[in-house]
Design a binder for this molecule. Structure first.
Ligand SMILES: Cc1cc2nc3c(=O)[nH]c(=O)nc-3n(C[C@H](O)[C@H](O)[C@H](O)COP(=O)(O)O)c2cc1C
Length: 206
């Protein structure tokens, strides 16, 4: 968890990390987000459905690699259908103590097979099993049958391999908005917009 609620700034107003003004939002995001061996954060992924409406749901942020925000899901899901038609997305990441929020707009691209395998390996046994049983057919069953199938699966397949329909996406941001609360000042946002030769930074109110 972050120890401060607002990044310190240099005289020109740039967020400062380790004494250096941050021109690149990747550094700021990496300093806010958990590393690969820490508990993954939750985020809201918003896609655009076939009627042009935003469609949002909570996902785990599997990893941020300094360039893309990765998530993993079922290939048969609505979100994957949405992304096939329009890869533009928004991600909203709220820190559990509400001290920080990071909002990203970007483009979701399929993750590599290696990246998916590594993310599946890092999932807990419960989530690995969930990846197998989270089907439309299973969802229709009464609770007793869902429990029976769940425990039967666990007995028969202690360490299930990655299921075929388990896919990943990496979101490459074109805009990143860092919101930080402050106990003694108004909250504010630092916005980074990708340009041809880097990032344009500006400060926005709450
Ligand atoms: C805390 C939390 C974490 C979740 N993490 C994931 C995830 O990492 N991947 C996933 O496919 N669904 C995850 N879900 C379920 C999704 O919110 C969603 O219901 C599901 O992916 C189907 O979404 P879709 O029909 O919009 O594609 C999570 C739900 C919650 C509440």
């Amino acid at each position: 968890m972050p120890s401060t609620t607002d990044a310190p700034t240099d005289p020109a107003g740039a967020p400062v990390l380790g004494g250096t003004p941050v021109a690149d939002p990747a550094r700021l995001a990496a300093s806010w987000l958990p590393g690969p061996d820490e508990e993954p954060m939750r985020m809201t992924l918003s896609t655009i459905d076939a009627n042009g409406f935003p469609r949002a749901r909570t996902l785990l942020l599997s990893e941020y690699d300094g360039d893309r925000f990765f998530f993993h899901t079922d290939a048969r899901s609505r979100k994957v259908a949405d992304l096939g038609a329009d890869p533009r997305v928004a991600l909203t990441i709220l820190w559990p103590d509400a001290s920080r929020q990071l909002v990203v707009q970007g483009t979701a691209m399929p993750a590599s097979a290696d990246e998916c395998a590594e993310a599946y390996r890092r999932r807990s046994p419960y989530l690995q099993q969930l990846a197998w049983l989270n089907t439309a057919e299973y969802a229709q069953l009464p609770l007793a049958e869902r429990e029976a199938r769940w425990s039967r699966f666990r007995e028969e397949r202690a360490a299930p391999p990655q299921p075929p329909g388990w896919v990943g996406f990496g979101v490459r941001p074109h805009r990143m908005l860092f919101w930080a609360a402050h106990p003694d000042a108004a909250s504010r946002r630092v916005e980074y917009v990708r340009t041809e030769d880097g990032w344009r930074r500006s400060y926005l109110p709450g």
